[in-house]
Each structure stands twice: as structure tokens, then as C-alpha cells.
Design a protein. Structure first.
Length: 359
């Protein structure tokens, strides 16, 4: 029998089973392509809640470990990895269809197979590093979907009060050098989004007419947008996109991120996740070549650019990491999930293991 380490992990087995703290056994010696990491912090993403809510009893034969995002310290590294003990790392081991996940005191994984695994930039606390992978990675990939360079571009972000929106603003402005970044959000998010670099804020809670008029006004003043990134399935602009987006000959693109319109995760059903008819109409119109702009959707995948982008922005002091709240991993995980379920978080909800300095 190989030597194992006991690791406390947050798990469930299906939608009827509440989250629970379990103890699992992990091999203590990594294989040559694996690292063994002592987890310091993890962040709760909406998808972590959704996976449990829709998980049928027959799907996982054993307990499923929740989560994807993590930060921690390498304690053992296989000979074929680029890591060594004491390296501080962060990343995502998100695995929706498998039993593994990041909400465990120890993680054993192959960094090449993880969605992300990078060394933490100098001076970045564990809590901030674990807040980034899924949301900042999705923001980067939504901007990367645009094939033209975004320097001096006009960017519109729908639902910028989300964590993804927060990083989309910062990456567009501070990494790509976009000129004008307009963002829709509620007035609660105004202050932090201005600090993040938004050029113009539009309060979507005042209604569709107000939102569309404000966006058309921005087009009059600054020209059409190079890219619109939709993080909240906001259909308000459907029917106006020709007037808002540059033509595809100039790279005009609408990027949708397969999000949900309703962010109250206490009252979700399958319909909340389904795209609207107007969305499908725009998608297939573009696919068939009948739109003046390009309409696309993305889901986060592995991205070799991610670590370098974060390292550069952090090193230049141009990246703010927003934390909504920090909870204890072993005793407060239910409160952390309740907080994310409200759909009102302003930054990431974190769990820390408290075994080492996380700030
Ligand atoms: N495609 C992918 O790979 C991928 C990856 C990660 C996440 N996602 C999805 O992306 C979405 C955002 O995730 P996140 O973690 O960034 O969100 P989040 O941080 O949990 O977003 C919370 C914020 O969203 C805003 N909001 C809530 N309801 C809204 C609405 N109806 N319209 C506009 N804004 C609203 C609120 O800010 P205001 O007060 O300013 O409205 C709230 O503070 C989720 O649906 C998630 O499932 C997709």
C-alpha cells in the first residue's frame, strides 16, 4: 500500500446531498508528472454551486470534491515537472465531470492537465492569487476572442459588476491599451469599476430603454465598439447591434460567455441557463453570415497566456484583485456558498485553510 496523507475536503455526492467536510486519502508521493500542493486558499465560483444543484444521484459513484480555483505551496514535485518544493502556485483544477476538485487541504495533480497552474507573482498574497484563475482567465479569453489588436479600441462590457467584468475592464485598459471602456452595472458597483478603469458606466437597473440610449449616446461620442463582451446574457442590445458594433471587416465582435441571466443561485432551474430565442437568432444569423458583425461565445479553456498577463499587470501595479469576503475553510464553507448564492457579491468569496500566512 502506498503511503497516503489525510486531507479534509468539501464534498457532495448529488443535488440532494448537502455540502460536507469529508476526510480523503491522497497518495503522499507524486508521480513524475505530478505535484503535491498544500492548499492555502480557494475561491467559490457560481459554477461550483450549479454543478451540485444539477447533479443527479447516479452521476458520481463516490464523493465529488467541489471547486476549481486554488493557491498553495508545492510540498513535493515529480521529476518531470517545472516545480520544486516551496514554490507558491495558483491555478484551476476545475473538473466538472470527475470527482476531483480544489476544495481540499492537499491537491495532487499534473500541472500540464490543469486548466491553469502558474507560480504566484512576487508579492501577491495567496488569497488574491486564488481569486483570479476562473474569472480573470475567462475575462482574458473573452478579449482574446477578438482577432484584431485592441490597442485604442472601444470596448463595451455588459454586466461589468461581476468578477469577470472587473478583470475584463482592467485587462482591456491596462494590458491591451483600449481607449474607451464602457460598462453596464448597478450603482453599487460604480465606484470600484471607475477605479478599475471604466471610462463610462451605464446603470442597467434603470431599464432597457435607458441602457440602450446611453450606449447609443456613447457610440455618438466615441464611435462604434470593436467588441461587446456580454457576461450576463443581456439581450437589451439585440436589434441595435448594427448601430453599436463595427463591421466584421474591422473586427466588430459580440462575445457571449455562456453565463446566466439570473444570478440568484437559490432559485435556479434549467431554464435559467438556457439561451433566449433572441440570442439564438443573433448567434445563427452571424453563423450563417447574415450579420454585419461577428457573434461568438466562449467557455474558459487552458490558456498559456494567462500567467504572463497576470504577472505583467501585477508587477506593474496595474491589477487590483477584488475580494468580497474571506471564510474559514473547515467551519464556514456553508456561509461562503450562501454568500455566492445571493448573486450580489462584489468580488470573490474566499475560503482559507489558515495554516500559513494567506495575506
Ligand atoms: N463561460 C465561462 O467559462 C464562465 C466562467 C466563469 C463564470 N461564468 C459565468 O459568468 C457569470 C459571472 O460570474 P462571476 O463569478 O464573474 O459573477 P459574480 O462575481 O458572482 O457576479 C456578481 C455581480 O453580478 C452583478 N449582477 C447580478 N445580477 C445581474 C444582472 N441581472 N445583470 C447584470 N449584472 C448582474 C452584480 O453587480 P451589479 O450590482 O453591478 O449588478 C453582482 O455584484 C456567471 O453566470 C458564471 O456562471 C462563465
Amino acid at each position: 500500500m502506498p503511503e497516503t496523507i489525510s486531507s479534509r475536503a468539501i464534498t457532495f455526492s448529488n443535488w440532494r446531498d448537502p455540502l460536507k467536510l469529508s476526510t480523503i486519502e491522497i497518495p503522499a508521493s507524486p508521480e513524475e508528472n505530478q505535484v503535491l500542493v498544500k492548499t492555502e486558499a480557494v475561491s467559490v465560483n457560481p459554477i461550483d454551486i450549479i454543478i451540485r444543484l444539477f447533479c443527479p444521484p447516479w452521476f458520481f459513484s463516490s464523493n465529488k470534491i467541489v471547486g476549481g480555483d486554488f493557491s498553495g505551496t508545492v510540498i513535493k514535485a515529480g521529476s518531470k515537472t517545472t516545480y520544486k518544493p516551496s514554490d507558491k502556485v495558483y491555478g484551476s483544477v476545475f473538473n466538472p465531470f470527475g470527482a476531483t476538485g480544489s476544495f481540499s487541504e492537499y491537491l495532487l495533480f499534473d500541472p500540464q492537465e490543469a486548466t491553469f497552474c502558474n507560480k504566484i507573482p512576487e508579492g501577491m498574497p495567496f488569497t488574491k492569487a486564488a481569486a483570479l484563475p476562473v474569472v480573470a482567465g475567462t475575462a482574458l479569453q473573452a478579449l482574446e476572442a477578438h482577432s484584431e489588436p485592441l490597442k485604442d479600441a472601444n470596448v463595451l462590457i455588459l454586466g461589468a459588476g461581476t468578477s469577470i467584468g472587473y478583470y475584463a475592464i482592467q485587462i482591456a485598459k491596462n494590458y491591451y491599451g483600449a481607449k474607451f471602456v464602457a460598462a453596464t452595472c448597478s450603482s453599487k458597483s460604480f465606484e470600484r469599476l471607475i477605479q478599475a478603469g471604466a471610462s463610462k458606466l451605464i446603470d442597467y437597473t434603470k431599464g432597457t430603454t435607458h441602457e440602450v440610449n446611453d450606449i447609443l449616446e456613447a457610440v455618438k461620442g466615441h464611435g462604434k465598439f470593436d467588441v461587446v463582451i456580454d457576461i450576463v446574457r443581456d439581450g437589451s442590445l439585440f436589434g441595435y447591434l448594427d448601430a453599436v458594433l463595427k463591421p466584421k471587416s474591422e473586427g466588430g465582435m459580440f462575445v457571449e460567455i455562456n453565463a446566466m441571466k439570473k444570478m440568484d443561485y437559490n432559485h435556479l432551474n434549467l431554464l435559467s441557463m438556457a439561451p433566449s430565442w433572441t440570442y439564438l437568432y443573433e448567434y445563427y444569423k452571424s453563423w450563417l453570415g447574415f450579420s454585419s458583425f461577428q457573434f461568438t461565445n466562449i467557455s474558459e479553456v487552458k490558456d498559456p497566456q494567462f500567467g504572463g498577463v497576470i504577472e505583467k499587470l501585477w508587477g506593474e501595479g496595474k491589477l487590483d484583485v477584488a475580494i468580497d469576503s474571506v471564510w474559514d475553510f473547515a467551519t464556514e464553507y456553508e456561509k461562503a456558498f450562501e454568500r455566492v448564492s445571493s448573486g450580489k457579491v462584489q468580488g470573490k468569496v474566499m475560503l482559507t485553510t489558515g495554516t500559513s500566512e494567506s495575506e
